[in-house]
Design a protein around this ligand. Structure first.
Ligand code: ATP
Ligand code: MG
Length: 413
């Protein structure tokens, strides 16, 4: 017998109130649908500002860690659904408590709500009817109606009574995409994937852009970034990744004899190209993994000069976050192991011995004005962008495809 029948997803008061409610609910349902794409059997139902997921042939336990990632969701509960009859409710509640394997005294109350008025006992009267037999059966349960550790909830409706006790925290934030679209500058490092996840959690729809300097940076480095974008797609359901051929822009700066300004010039060129792609894709902001003071290009004077290359707002979710904390988040969202793979990034490759921490805007402007064909190279890089779309569950699909291709090659040789 299945222990649970549904997962119940709850959303914050803030997100689901007021004029935005319908839009937020719709976005949350869409997000659940996207995350459940690899589980076509699961059914999704929206009711009274909540979402119920029927796992179909899937195990509720399998779906919990996936659905915990629904942005804007405050908590979820595995739920039993039984006939709306007192005996059935008591039996289901007993099974749930049994499954908790209580090993110490636990404070407890029931919270029964009769929505279906034909149920013979009103809400208040139902509470002791459900609680008394449970207290008799489980000697470790002690009543505390003010601040119980376990609140056993029962919702009695005409078709079924829902019984649940466990409340698992969700990630919070805003439903996916309800705060508009932004373009994430995704490198192969630790920070930018974390920045991307934070942006998604805050209700932004994301597209990613990566600057690739083939042959100075390898195919492996590109694969790594695709894997990181895929990891974000597992959270977002879907992510588009724009890969920019950056070699010509980058080498045009190396001829300028301004080594200590290399990074400043490269970052500004990246922002210019990203701005063009953002405009094309109707993204309203850029997102980076920058953190104040972390490296020479992230001092306040550097950020100040670099960000003048764009008129779009730059969102830096990690700007005030310590590296330790970023690493912790990176492990939590599962990007750390990929991020620390050694393949070089286009920037590390051209890093001068002493990059400036205090670039001069006037000088930077002058160099850019005399860099041969800069404007055209930036145009061409933006136009030559390759775009791939990554879907949740896709890492599996991509691996299968790679395996299939490898098998075909073996047949040939
Ligand atoms: P990360 O760990 O995200 O690479 P970092 O600490 O290594 O960050 P930098 O390499 O200086 O810092 O990059 C700062 C930000 O610039 C990155 O977080 C990212 O948003 C962007 N960026 C850097 N290199 C690239 C690239 N090749 N393609 C796209 N964005 C990049
Ligand atoms: Mg980096």
């Amino acid at each position: 017998m299945k222990k649970y029948d549904y997962l119940l997803l709850r959303f914050g008061e803030v997100t689901l109130k007021g004029r935005n409610r319908a839009r937020f609910e719709k976005a949350a349902v869409e997000h659940v649908r996207a995350l459940m794409r690899p589980y076509p059997d699961a059914k999704i139902r929206r009711e009274f500002g909540r979402i119920y997921v029927d796992p179909g042939s899937e195990n509720v336990e399998t779906l919990i860690p996936i659905l915990q990632n629904v942005f804007g969701m405050t908590s979820l509960s595995p739920v039993r659904a039984v006939q709306p009859e007192l005996d059935e409710i008591i039996r289901a509640a007993g099974e749930l408590i049994e499954a908790m394997n209580l090993d110490r005294e636990t404070t407890f109350k029931t919270n029964v709500r009769r929505v279906w008025k034909d149920f013979p006992h009103p809400s208040q009267e139902s509470n002791p009817l459900v609680a008394t037999p449970l207290l008799k059966r489980f000697s470790l349960l002690k009543v505390d109606v003010r601040n119980p550790e376990l609140e056993l909830r029962v919702e009695i409706r005409d078709k079924a009574a829902y019984v649940y006790g466990e409340v698992i925290p969700g990630v919070g934030g805003f439903p996916l995409g309800t705060n508009g679209k932004a373009l994430l500058l995704l490198s192969g490092g630790i920070d930018s994937p974390v920045a991307g996840w934070s942006a998604l959690r805050r209700g932004l729809e994301l597209e990613c852009i990566h600057f690739h300097s083939y042959p100075f940076t390898s195919e492996k480095a590109k694969e790594k970034v695709i894997d990181l974008a895929q990891a974000l797609a597992e959270y977002a359901g879907k992510v588009r990744l724009h890969i920019v051929p950056f070699t010509e822009v980058q080498t045009s700066f190396t001829q300028m004899g301004q080594d200590n300004l290399m990074i400043t010039l490269m970052r500004r060129a990246m922002l210019r190209i990203a701005t063009k792609v953002a405009e094309r894709e109707k993204a309203l902001a850029l997102v980076t993994g920058e953190s104040l003071g972390q490296v020479a290009s992230q001092t306040l004077p550097s950020m100040n000069v670099i960000e003048r290359a764009t008129e779009l707002p730059i969102l830096r979710p990690l700007v005030m976050t310590d590296k330790d904390e970023i690493i912790r988040l990176s492990r939590k969202i599962g990007t750390y192991e990929t991020s620390i793979l050694p393949y070089e990034d286009c920037c590390t490759l051209f890093v001068p011995k002493s990059p400036t921490t205090n670039p001069n805007l006037r000088i930077v402007n002058k160099i850019e004005a005399v860099t041969p064909n800069l404007e055209r190279l930036i145009e061409e890089a933006a136009a030559g962008t390759e775009t791939i779309e990554l879907l949740a569950g896709g890492s599996r699909l991509r691996r299968e495809q790679a395996d299939a291709e490898a098998a075909i090659k073996q047949d040939w040789f």
